[in-house]
Ligand binder design. Structure first.
Ligand code: PEP
Ligand code: MG
Length: 324
């Protein structure tokens, strides 16, 4: 598939109206990194760090993690990698941790909640990341932040880890950016201060959508029931874009929808300027973006909203077909 899009690999994802959209890739293994060049991605917008914890039968050692993160940064060269701290929940049980029986694991004790309640692992991971950076810039993102104080506490852990390294005389990163994933509707309505406190926000559309529609992303009966292009969801996302724009918070979108061309086009139309997706989606998404006018698409979405449409999909599909 990458060969099909080879001719646009080094071209920008620039729409007909001249808007540049940054397309980044999602990764989780060292083996994903060669795709950075192959796909033409502009950096890694989401590095899921769970896999290194799941593929072993013991807790990885700080030195092992640090070495791996350093190799990931080496492979990315000048491009940035957004490392997401461990998003482990009772659905993704670590083989060496006591399982936790929870009726609704997706809404349970997972991700940053575990990181803050039992900070040992998160501290180890932050230290591994700082050491891996060795004076280079470092970007870290905390998953599943539901309210401001969780981010503040996680960032404080980051600052403490930095201070410890400084005292030990180790090199610290040249620059650090610390962001939050917006995966629960609550965070969209957090106080303005939250939006100024974070260095960036990345919308985790997979989780956000399941909580917005109250439809379990793992449940075959309901997972496809609600359309991402449902006007309620687009209105909600547009609100997030608006807040970030007004408060000056860099924003990206990193759920699976970012890698679906029609969804990606609509996300760009409502104002997302950075999308992170699986590497194989970069070509198809870029190919579509290069052939559309975002202003027209935005007008169409707003007209559908005014008309009372439940989803903009049929109108958007018609429009895009006419453009091709
Ligand atoms: C998301 O929820 O959209 C996301 C990117 O994280 P994950 O799929 O790993 O939960
Ligand atoms: Mg998620």
């Amino acid at each position: 598939a990458q060969q099909r899009y080879a001719s646009i690999r080094d071209k920008p994802a620039e729409t007909l109206c001249g808007q540049r959209i940054k397309l980044k890739m999602n990764a989780g293994l060292m083996a994903d990194l060669p795709s950075l060049v192959g796909s033409g991605a502009e950096g890694v917008g989401l590095f899921r760090t769970e896999l290194q914890f799941l593929i072993r039968n013991h807790m990885p050692k700080r030195a092992e993690l640090s070495e791996l993160y350093a190799r990931v940064m080496d492979a990315a060269g000048e491009q940035r990698v957004v490392f997401r701290t461990l998003d482990i929940g009772s659905d993704k049980v670590l083989p060496y941790m006591k399982p936790n029986d929870e009726p609704n694991p997706a809404m349970g004790w997972r991700a940053i909640r575990v990181g803050l309640d039992k900070p040992g692992v998160m501290r180890m991971q932050l230290q591994a990341l700082i050491r891996a950076a060795k004076g280079r810039p470092l970007t870290i993102m905390f998953p599943f932040v539901a309210q401001r104080d969780e981010f503040t506490a996680a960032r404080a852990e980051m600052d403490k880890a930095l201070e410890r390294e400084r005292i030990l005389g180790h090199p610290i990163p040249a620059q650090i950016e610390v962001g939050a994933m917006l995966e629960t509707p609550s965070l969209a309505f957090a106080p303005d201060d939250f939006y100024s406190e974070v260095d960036f926000i990345s919308v985790g559309g997979n989780d956000l959508k399941q909580f917005f529609f109250a439809a379990d992303r793992e449940n075959e009966r309901v997972r496809r029931r609600y359309d991402t292009l449902n006007i309620s969801f687009l209105n909600f996302l547009e609100g997030i874009v608006y807040r970030c724009a007004t408060l000056g918070t860099p924003l990206s979108f990193c759920g699976e929808d970012a890698g679906r061309p029609i969804e990606a086009a609509c996300l760009a139309a409502i104002g997302f300027r950075t999308l992170s997706m699986r590497p194989a989606s970069i070509g198809p998404v870029k190919s579509l973006l290069r052939r559309i006018d975002l202003g027209q698409l935005r007008e169409l979405i707003h007209a559908e909203r005014a008309r009372g449409a439940q989803t903009v999909r049929p109108a958007v599909m018609d429009y895009l077909r006419d453009q091709m």
